[in-house]
Design a protein. Structure first.
Length: 608
């Protein structure tokens, strides 16, 4: 197992027995593996990602075991018998007596009539150790051939439209290089020949600026295609990369610090250049610890120094990588620089919360690190539709209700605060969690269930008291942290119940505990009209999400008058999902939530 040419010697052997599909319980709730699409009939390789090193991996088609092998890397290309069109391919892994769930099935596509010829990208220079090939059928085995040798000099399975294929021996001036690809039981025509050029003068490369603190990679320009590029930080080697293009991204050991001096050189054939001019790290990190960057919800990044009209375009700016999660994403992902992740070391981390009540921590820099650094599950979500949630016929949330708001990060405490909505049997709860940023473990003596009462005569009042009722309240507003006090705001499904704000005193730092008896046991709320409508009280200094809200017109019962109508700026269209920003607590206009798009679209919808 492994990547590309390392697959020899790791062919899947017939499985001796079926592995039992017990829940995966290892570590911090690691996800099962994933089979990479697409697959096609006649194909003899399956790429599996999300592997635990040392685990025994089983690949199945239509529930029939194709074979097993041991994982030596987090992802691997596995040899299998020829796949059958229309079959469903899955994988699972077993380690230390624990077995993961089966991966999501990938349906095998029909065998194509033929494959396109790949393209070798010029120029090629002598002594280069890699050749870029494009126009590749995803999942194909690409072979790079030397006309002079009359044999392949490199091969690799490719699950994208292009790849840099390692070659050995190094390219020779005057040789002609071509490529072919094998996939789906087919062999493509060979590519056009590209002649290897003689190497000319090689100049020192330059480090691209500006450089920012916390970065774990450096862009280097002015590179000869095929050269090795070395990056030094403060005179010490920190990383090397090989490229087939004039620019290369070089990963470095550790993170850059303020005022570090970064320089680079390149090596090809017997030529080793000097170092280009040193670049200095001049900017600090831009962590995103709360929704829309700050408590005023401006969304502004006042330290942005890289993006400008000249470099923001379809070829230079866009998606870097994707990550698989277990539910829809309604809250905004958060980012923190230089987190000392347990058992891993220092990483820049993206934190993601889902409606399936999961919180993930992902490496923010490494596109190949598909497995989460940690994954915490915070209880069972509430499947939808649910007759107890929302007014009759409520369908604005169609799959499940779990973590619907954006969490908030406390850098001082190394914690991320999250509110999860759970359904356990016939009981509903909102629960506050304080998770360690480094491991996902519960902290401050949590979790704590949210409960509150307040004097009032509105809907649901009993003897002059209104009790917080979880299944009637939606916690859509982003959590807000001010002076070490956490504010949790609630609205109502379909605007038919009360809105509340609940402050949580986090306790003395030396005690390190949540204090549910202070703040958490009381909802600060104006008395609501008997109809249940009304505006949310002001929270000084806070500014949750903008949007639309309506207030019961007490002068004309049964009529509702608009309070404010604000365009959702980050989408350029009226979403209506957020609430009354200027008043410090959100009123969810759930009936408009469907305008955020399909469920798949909403995986990327954050609090607006």
């Amino acid at each position: 197992m492994g990547g590309g040419h390392r697959r020899a010697g790791h062919r899947l052997e017939p499985a001796r027995k079926q592995l039992s599909p017990e829940p995966w319980e290892g570590g911090t709730d690691t996800l099962g593996p994933a089979v990479v699409a697409p697959l096609c009939a006649g194909g003899t390789s399956v790429r599996v990602t999300g592997l635990m090193v040392g685990a025994l991996v089983t690949v199945l088609e239509n529930g029939v075991v194709l074979g097993t092998a041991q994982a030596f890397e987090p992802s691997a290309d596995l040899d299998v018998p020829a796949l059958i069109g229309g079959g469903a391919v899955t994988a699972r892994q077993e380690l230390c007596g624990y077995t993961s769930p089966d991966s999501a099935p990938v349906v095998v596509d029909p065998q194509p009539a033929g494959l396109p010829a790949p393209v070798v990208v010029p120029p090629l220079f002598e002594c280069a150790s890699r050749v870029r090939v494009i126009n590749v059928q995803p999942g194909a085995l690409v072979l790079v051939h030397s006309a002079a040798l009359g044999a392949p000099i490199g091969l690799q399975y490719v699950y994208a439209g292009q790849a840099d294929i390692p070659v050995a021996p190094l390219l020779s001036a005057g040789d002609q290089i071509y490529a072919v690809q094998l996939a789906c039981g087919r062999t493509s025509p060979r590519s056009a020949l590209v002649t290897v050029q003689q190497l000319g003068a090689v100049e020192p490369p330059t480090v691209r600026t500006p450089l920012t603190e916390c970065t774990r990679w450096v862009w280097v320009d002015g590179v000869v295609p095929g050269a090795d590029v070395d990056v030094y930080v403060n005179g010490q080697w920190q990383g090397t990369a090989t490229t087939t293009t004039p620019s290369v991204q070089v990963g470095i050991s550790g993170s850059l610090g303020l005022n570090d001096a970064v320089s680079a050189r390149q090596r090809i054939c017997t030529t080793v250049t000097g170092f280009g001019p040193a670049a200095t790290v001049a900017f600090g990190p831009v962590s995103v610890t709360t929704q829309h960057n700050d408590n005023r919800r401006t969304g502004a990044n006042l330290l942005e120094v890289t993006l400008r009209p000249s470099n923001v375009g379809p070829k230079t700016f866009g998606k870097v990588f994707t990550r698989a999660v277990d539910g829809e994403i309604y809250g905004q992902p958060l980012y923190l620089c230089q987190v000392d992740v347990a058992g891993v070391g220092q990483r820049n981390v993206v934190y993601v919360a889902t409606m399936h009540n999961s919180v993930y921590a992902f490496d923010a820099d490494d596109p190949n690190a598909s497995a989460p650094l940690w994954h915490a599950r915070l209880g069972p979500s509430a499947p939808m539709p649910d007759p107890n949630i929302g007014p009759g016929g409520y369908a604005d949330i169609s799959v499940e209700v779990g973590i619907i708001s954006t969490p908030v990060i406390s850098v001082d405490r190394n914690l991320i605060y999250v509110v999860a909505f759970t359904k356990e049997g016939n009981t509903y709860h909102h629960t506050l969690h304080a998770l360690d940023l480094r491991s996902g473990q519960e902290s401050l003596g949590g979790p704590v269930r949210i409960a509150a009462t307040v004097p009032g005569s509105g809907e649901g009042s009993v003897n002059g008291t209104i009790t917080f009722t979880s299944h009637l309240q939606i916690q859509r507003a982003a959590l807000t942290l001010v002076n070490d006090r956490l504010y949790v705001a609630f609205a109502a499904y379909g605007d038919v119940h009360h809105a509340r704000r609940i402050p949580v005193r986090l306790g003395q730092r030396q005690r390190s505990r949540l204090r549910p008896a202070v703040g958490l046991a009381r909802a600060q709320e104006r008395r609501q009209p008997r109809s249940g409508g009304g505006r949310v009280p002001r929270l000084p200094g806070l500014r949750p999400d903008q949007g639309a809200v309506e207030q019961q017109d007490e002068r004309r019962p049964g009529r509702r008058r608009p309070v404010r109508q604000v365009r959702a700026a980050d989408r350029g269209e009226r979403q209506g999902v957020p609430g009354d920003l200027l008043r410090g607590a959100e009123r969810l206009r759930a009936s408009r939530m469907s305008r955020a798009g399909s469920p798949s679209d909403r995986r990327n919808v954050a609090d607006r």
